[in-house]
Write a protein that binds this ligand. Structure first.
Ligand SMILES: Cc1ncc(COP(=O)(O)O)c(C=O)c1O
Length: 214
């Protein structure tokens, strides 16, 4: 049976196309390597090992073809390998890959901010704060809400996932495994689990902080 793919009416073999048993041999080998090296705090539920994608279709490393209903947890909204997205990424990569917008300026981030603020709801003028991830967005929202309201408390719902960083995790209530071991029973104790030291010149008090290390 032949079907059409996307809106270009090009016939494509029947999809999805799966060969049992799953995971296939290549996927099983990847899972084995993953088990030893990748943090167990990633709570993957399905043994799907991505090889490549084309719009709504994704191939695993054993050439099984799936209909992608996840869209990168809703962040790849135009599907995989969209030619315009690929071209834009290639063009930018050839120009420059990264120049921290928190320290310097570049026109592209203003251009995107103009477009985002034009479609963001509400009449009030907008300002954009770019983040690297969902968790960082939640952290930023937490900080902004406290800054603006001066109020300390935040309401979240049981069952919700907000991310794995500390602030976002404090609001996450979906799976116990995300939180287990990260919140000490008595967080008011004096013992210190970790001192984060960023060497910055002109901070002579820093060496004294080593005393709190176990
Ligand atoms: C609703 C929601 N908030 C926050 C996050 C955290 O995003 P990230 O994994 O990019 O930090 C996720 C990720 O699954 C999410 O689904």
């Amino acid at each position: 049976m032949m079907t059409t793919s996307g809106n270009d009416a090009i016939p494509s073999p029947q999809r999805p196309h799966l060969q049992a048993p799953l995971p296939g041999p290549r996927a099983a080998a990847v899972l084995e390597r993953d088990r030893d090296l990748i943090s167990p705090s990633y709570t993957r539920s399905y043994p799907f090992v991505m090889a490549r994608g084309e719009r709504v279709w994704v191939w695993d490393v054993d050439e099984n073809v799936y209909l992608d209903m996840t869209a990168g947890i809703a962040v790849t909204n135009v599907g995989h390998a969209h030619p315009r997205v690929v071209a834009a990424v290639q063009e930018q990569a050839a120009r420059f890959l990264h120049m921290s917008g928190t320290d310097f300026y570049y026109e592209l981030q203003i251009h995107l901010a103009e477009r985002l603020s034009a479609i963001a709801p509400g009449e009030a003028p907008k300002r954009i704060f770019y983040t690297n991830s969902g968790a960082e967005s939640v952290e930023a929202a937490l900080k902004l809400a406290r800054y603006v309201t001066g109020r300390p408390r935040v309401l979240a719902f049981i069952g919700a996932f907000h991310g794995r960083t500390m602030g976002a995790l404090s609001l996450t209530g979906s799976k116990p495994v995300h939180r287990r071991g990260f919140a000490p029973p008595d967080a008011r104790g004096h013992s210190c689990a970790l001192c984060l030291l960023l060497p910055v010149s002109g901070q002579p008090h820093l060496p004294h902080m080593w005393r709190c290390l176990p």
